[in-house]
Design a binder for this molecule. Sequence first.
Ligand code: PLP
Length: 394
Amino acid sequence: MSKYQVNQKGYYGNFGGAYVPEMLYPNVKELQDQYLTILDSEAFRSEFAKLLTDYVGRPSPLYHANRLSEKYEANIFLKREDLNHTGAHKINNTIGQILLAEKLGKKRIIAETGAGQHGVATATVCALKGLECVIYMGEIDIKRQAPNVARMKMMGAKVIAATSGSKTLKDATNEALRDWINNPVDTHYIIGSVVGPHPYPDLVARFQSVISAETKKQLQEKTGKSTPDIAMACVGGGSNAAGMFYHFLDEEDVRLIAVEAAGKGVHSGETAATTQLGREGVLHGSRSLLMQTDDGQVIEPYSISAGLDYPGIGPQHAWLFQSKRGEYVSVTDDEAMKAGLLLTKLEGIIPAIESAHALAYLEKLQMDGHPTIVICLSGRGDKDLDNYMNYFRF
Ligand SMILES: *Cc1c(COP(=O)(O)O)cnc(C)c1O
């Protein structure tokens, strides 16, 4: 087993574990006991593979970005998760989890969502499977993200407003956990990133690992070598990065670069650069790095991209950071917006602002020779058009 993967006890180095209230323990224990057996079963694997092909549209292309490569004097490939059904990598995870829920005999699905992307991906798979779906979302986010709320409702989901605290993602997460405690037998909680108590970080990483599994094969076909010199991805909770890194973790000559959102600057007070500012602590059921005050209060994060606006990072990333296997860097709102526009002009691809953070790091990347770089293009920018319009005044 790789030293970068979760151990028997649910830890990555010092990070991870399952810090949950006693009332939640049976739910988490059930998942811990069953997930590997289910994921390894032939029935699960064949259905997962079939839905990824016929419903999501996989494999997603590995596109050689010619004009971007010319500009940066490198051999740049984009892993096109933006072309997936519903427009991002999140669907890989929700498909996997809905099949897991079915095999566990669950009839009801709950999830939390911030900007609504994970809520939409969850409502989508519930419609696909005809399962009851309840999405918790902060009252403020419901107002800010009307189109995604409409999508969820069209697909039959019930959207419940979280009205406590700051009325955003972390409050929605608390409401979802409360629901799960009250409905332990029939309900599965679909977490949207590589965060939460063990086994969620490992579970979600396994579902997203299809990204690097395909990349390896596609690189072999296109370049004659299955590994790149550099693999890059943006990090909110860290699921698209975990998927992009998964099959390269033990290939120590592959540089793994994770790009966080610096917001208005790492030291501006408006940022989501977790590894730069974070200290060890427990958030949403696992031990990791998080932005907190001296007395342990979670600091509200900020990023122009809703998907990176998270005060923590998954435990595997905390471990990759601490062990120095990964390089954790950050770019600002301005740098990301510029990179998003640049990709649009050079390649005719409008990226999600989250993904544009990974692209933006090309400007600062120190590299030798003419490296092969794979970048996870985690999502498409259609959802961000208002943001692009306001920023550039189109
Ligand atoms: C949600 C989201 C992210 C951030 O989530 P991770 O778990 O860090 O991958 C990144 N890109 C897009 C397009 C998203 O929707």
